[in-house]
Design a protein around this ligand. Structure first.
Ligand code: ADP
Ligand code: MG
Length: 261
């Protein structure tokens, strides 16, 4: 079964059409990376999958059900989201922010039970943020904040996780931690993950599949080795590169072409 299915989806902001007649099916359990240059529509695509942005034409299905007919809470039980930028308007503590991940599981005016508290604690532990639990989110560094937002998504325990540039503020160690975490979560369940990344190398090492966007259309779709070719990167990023294989994983490794030869 497909976890996510987009059929002939077109998305526009006012008169500006940014996703054009795009069809994409993501099977349950897949770790699918979305890559492409700035402005190619990656974030828009993720927001369309999450129902935050409504397509002008076409349809989105989540586990076989039309997204347009699902309510916000229902979507939140299916999908945990790590947005590209998280704006928190109130002075919430880290513990409070991560607890919000449990909201889709609670009834109106219902308080968190032991199960919820345990899920929050686990999420804080695995993201290495337990030590910040009582601090205000606004007092953390960009990378620390990012891990808290990821902790909130983990605490949500949804079958699908959508991440928009989750590693962009993270140092090398924590970049790897995020993908290790996703790997561990996938071993425990049939988690489907869609991750937008401008870091093609990181995505190539960890994703089962890459979808490469160019100006709101799918330019290439397949295994990282099929998608990250010299020619595709030249066509989509307008950049000359050298593609090698990572010595341990054999997945493609893209480097800028610096003359020579
Ligand atoms: P990416 O994530 O690949 O960088 P986006 O999906 O954010 O690309 O943006 C795709 C295009 O849509 C860009 O041209 C951007 O300027 C435009 N866009 C994105 N969000 C909005 C918005 N809220 N209103 C109007 N235009 C937008
Ligand atoms: Mg984006």
């Amino acid at each position: 079964m497909n976890a996510i299915e987009l059929t002939h989806v077109t998305v526009a902001y006012g008169r500006n059409e940014v996703v054009h007649d795009l069809s994409l099916a993501i099977p349950v359990g897949q770790l699918c990376g979305i890559v492409g240059p700035n402005g190619s529509g990656k974030s828009t695509l993720l927001k369309t999958i999450n129902g935050v942005v409504e397509p002008r034409a076409g349809s989105v299905q989540v586990t076989g059900r039309p997204l347009a007919r699902m309510g916000r809470r229902e979507i939140a039980r299916m999908q945990a989201v790590v947005p590209q930028e998280t704006v928190v308007a109130f002075p919430f503590s880290v513990g409070e922010i991560v607890s919000m991940g449990r909201a889709p599981h609670l009834g109106a005016l219902q308080f968190e039970g032991t199960e919820d508290l345990a899920a929050v604690r686990r999420a804080l532990e695995v993201t290495d943020t337990l030590q910040f639990a009582d601090r205000l989110l606004s007092e953390l560094s960009g990378g620390e904040k990012q891990r808290v937002v990821i902790a909130r998504a983990i605490a949500q325990e949804a079958p699908q996780m959508l991440l928009d540039e989750p590693t962009s503020f993270l140092d090398l160690k924590h970049q790897l931690t995020i993908y290790e975490l996703i790997g561990r979560l996938r071993k425990r369940s049939d988690l489907t993950v869609v991750v937008v990344s401008h870091d093609v190398n990181l995505a190539a090492q960890h994703c089962d599949r890459l979808v490469m966007l160019k100006a709101g259309r799918i330019y290439a779709d397949g295994s990282p080795a099929e998608v990250l070719t010299k020619d595709n990167i030249l066509a989509v990023y307008d950049t000359q590169v050298v593609v090698a294989a990572h010595p341990h994983t054999a997945a493609p490794w893209v480097m800028p072409y610096c003359g020579g030869e």
